[in-house]
Design a protein around this ligand. Structure first.
Ligand code: HEM
Length: 205
């Protein structure tokens, strides 16, 4: 099907974003399953307990690699400038849809940029804390990691997951039900001119 409007994301950007998104969902689901015996049944969706335990770190590797790709592709557009600081000062108006009081955004609004940077920090935290849990005997000459270190890393891994999970709920809500027309940008890559004007008036799409 041919979509009218303007291009927001290239094919490569969309594939990279969906590898990040789907791998993250898999990691959340299996991570949740490992977090409490009552949730262990969730491993059923990942081929059972041992398979889920084996898959989780490897999908983590796929998430990390695709995240680095997404980071590099979007880095230039995610720099925070004076317009973004003005937008952030008006965030309470954005939250209550009082559009007139919110400065016009560029390709991404400052909230989206904050999400990008927060997920980048959390991504580093998942990787740094995940490796010692996965390979307590050590990796690349670093380690071995003793029980105390692994336990601290496990706590960091859990706390980062709670943060990332909550941010993801907001992200999915804003990208789907809150703002109709947004999900199309990540599905077929295009948005209408009206959408661009309403949400990203300073963006020359
Ligand atoms: C799995 C469900 C997900 C859905 C439905 C979803 C949806 C979307 C949509 C529709 C956009 C485009 C927004 C726009 O055009 O302004 C977007 C952008 C983006 N997504 Fe996702 N996404 C998902 C998962 C993720 C995950 C897991 C991450 C990171 C770990 C992520 C990171 C981003 C970033 C950094 C952007 C660009 C900035 C932004 O729009 O916030 N997404 N996503």
């Amino acid at each position: 099907m041919k979509h009218s409007g303007i291009q927001r994301f290239t094919f490569v950007e969309r594939v990279v974003h969906w590898v990040v998104g789907l791998s993250f969902l898999f990691l959340l689901l299996t991570g949740l399953a490992f977090s409490h015996p009552r949730l262990y049944w969730l491993t059923t969706f990942a081929g059972g307990g041992p398979t889920a335990r084996w898959l989780h770190p490897w999908v983590g590797v796929a998430f990390s690699i695709s995240f680095v790709a997404m980071f590099l592709i979007w880095l230039r557009d995610m720099r925070v400038d004076a317009d973004d600081r003005a937008w952030l000062r008006a965030i309470r108006h954005y939250a209550v849809h009082d559009k007139a009081k919110v400065p016009p955004a560029g390709k991404y609004n400052a909230g989206q940029k904050m999400f990008f940077w927060t997920m980048t920090l959390l991504g580093v935290a998942y990787l740094v804390s995940g490796l010692p849990i996965w390979m307590p005997a050590g990796i690349l000459g670093i380690g071995p990691f003793y029980g105390g270190v692994v336990n601290v890393m496990r706590l960091v891994h859990y706390l980062a997951t709670i943060g990332g999970g909550l941010f993801l709920i907001v992200h999915v809500y804003l990208g789907t039900v809150a703002y109709p027309g947004t999900i199309g940008a990540m599905l077929h890559g295009r948005v209408t001119r009206a959408w661009a004007k309403m949400h990203h008036a300073r963006w020359e799409g």
